[in-house]
Design a protein around this ligand. Structure first.
Ligand code: ATP
Ligand code: MG
Length: 417
């Protein structure tokens, strides 16, 4: 992509009305636009990051047997009354509205009820189970606070997967497979090292549920980490009895701020019983389906990456989620010969499938370098008269600052996909 064509522009200063670092940097870089508190647009650069995160999530969910689908945001109150989750006393994040045709409607803040109801059409026998269905879909939540940039918004995409099993063994097996898939997702997007599988309270059906908490000063949550054992617990699980069950002691736990990037939850038969999702077992008896739900917020994950990996000059994207791998900086000034040469390098990179952002703007070198640091592509490649004469390109790794010099061929072989 040619930077001169990009409608989003970088800003000199971070926006003054944002307190969260992720929003400051992403707005300054032209990745996102704040439409109102708790609602952001993802601009072309930002959308590329989200799409990369979504692709990683999809690969991992498909890898454990997830089937992708898509459910509506508009919600029928009648369904939510069956599980007692329509009233504002029970659920404090609903956005509700009136239908012109009469009656109320809600905007989905989660989808357990919707998918349980839907699956009544498709489940009848134990032979239909287990299966796993997921979506990446918009949720609306009337959150009280929206001060963490894209990490807590009132409209956001969530990957929500639901498991449907006949037996506890089937459920436990999938639950563990999903926990491992989550660990791989957070590894792949670059936050695995500081993301802990965290024991949280489990509700009526299991003792524990699990949150995936990333240690970060910007976090809104608190976890207690045993770094050596690689596990964490949240405040609900700080009882001596729970801790000893997990084989940790209070003295070994370190209190840290964290961001909940995902969670997995055994639902038991809560929704299947309320909504009537039954299957016939081998003896022909009706049984409620055993369910689980598994969420990840792609935008929260993106904000976490920005928050953790940026430095004082700007964002530092891991290659796996960077909008472009290479930031090609044309330093041609008024020299049309060098400009043509730089254009040619860009085309050659394009042809080889290297995702390249090409700064072909008519701007000063200082401005181009500052923007390049702010935008944070993994590799900066400078094309200038000097490079042409020397037959070498200067390649700078954003994360480490390591500089290397490469011939044109070396450049292509390094980045060609
Ligand atoms: P929190 O305690 O932070 O409000 P939650 O327990 O309400 O999170 P879930 O309902 O389990 O979260 O949602 C699954 C995932 O969706 C979370 O782990 C998080 O990554 C993401 N998420 C939740 N709320 C928001 C939000 N308001 N904005 C962006 N992402 C969110
Ligand atoms: Mg919440």
């Amino acid at each position: 992509m040619k930077q001169s064509q990009l409608f989003s522009k970088t800003k000199k200063e971070a926006p003054s009305d944002e307190v969260a670092k992720n929003a400051q940097l992403l707005i300054q870089g032209g990745y996102i636009y704040k439409n109102m508190a708790g609602a952001y647009s993802f601009l072309p650069l930002g959308l590329r990051v989200i799409e990369k995160i979504n692709t990683i999530i999809r690969e991992e969910m498909n890898g454990i047997g997830g089937q992708e689908m898509h459910m509506p945001s508009l919600q029928d109150p009648a369904l939510w009354k069956t599980s007692d989750r329509w009233s504002d006393e029970n659920v404090d994040v609903w956005f509700k509205s009136e239908l012109k045709a009469g009656g109320e409607v809600g905007l989905a803040w989660t989808h357990e009820e919707v998918i349980t109801d839907l699956m009544r059409q498709y489940v009848s026998s134990y032979k239909d189970l287990p299966f796993f269905a997921y979506q990446i879909q918009t949720k609306f939540r009337n959150e009280m606070r929206a001060k963490s940039g894209i990490m807590r918004t009132r409209e956001f995409a969530m990957k929500d997967l639901y498991s449907f099993c006949a037996t506890q063994e089937q459920h436990d097996e999938f639950y563990e497979a999903c926990a491992q898939a989550y660990a791989r997702i957070f590894d792949r997007i670059g936050i695995g090292e500081v993301t802990y599988k965290t024991f949280a309270s489990g509700g009526a059906f299991t003792k524990f549920s699990h949150e995936f908490q990333t240690l970060a000063e910007a976090g809104e949550d608190i976890v207690y980490v045993d770094q050596e054992k690689g596990i964490a617990v949240n405040e609900e699980v700080l009882e001596e009895a729970d801790l000893s069950e997990l084989g940790v002691t209070k003295d070994d736990l370190e209190k840290r701020k964290s961001i909940e990037v995902g969670n997995i939850f055994s639902l038991g038969t809560k929704f299947s019983e309320a909504i009537g999702l039954m299957y016939k077992d081998e003896e022909g008896n009706d049984q409620p389906v055993i369910m689980g739900s598994y969420g990840i917020g792609p935008a929260r994950a993106m904000g976490t990456v920005v928050d953790l990996l940026s430095d004082d000059k700007g964002i530092v994207w891991p290659e796996s989620v960077a909008p472009f791998t290479v930031h090609l900086i044309g330093l041609n000034g008024d020299d049309s010969e060098i400009k043509d040469w730089a254009d040619g390098i860009y085309s050659a990179l394009q042809k080889r499938g290297v995702e390249t952002l090409y700064d072909d703007r008519d701007a000063r070198p200082g401005q181009k370098f500052a923007d390049s640091d702010l935008l944070g592509m993994p590799y900066r490649v400078v094309v200038s008269k000097k490079m042409k004469e020397e037959g070498k390109f200067e390649v700078v790794a954003r994360a480490t600052g390591d500089v290397s010099y490469m011939t044109e061929d070396e450049l292509y072989s390094k980045f060609a996909v």
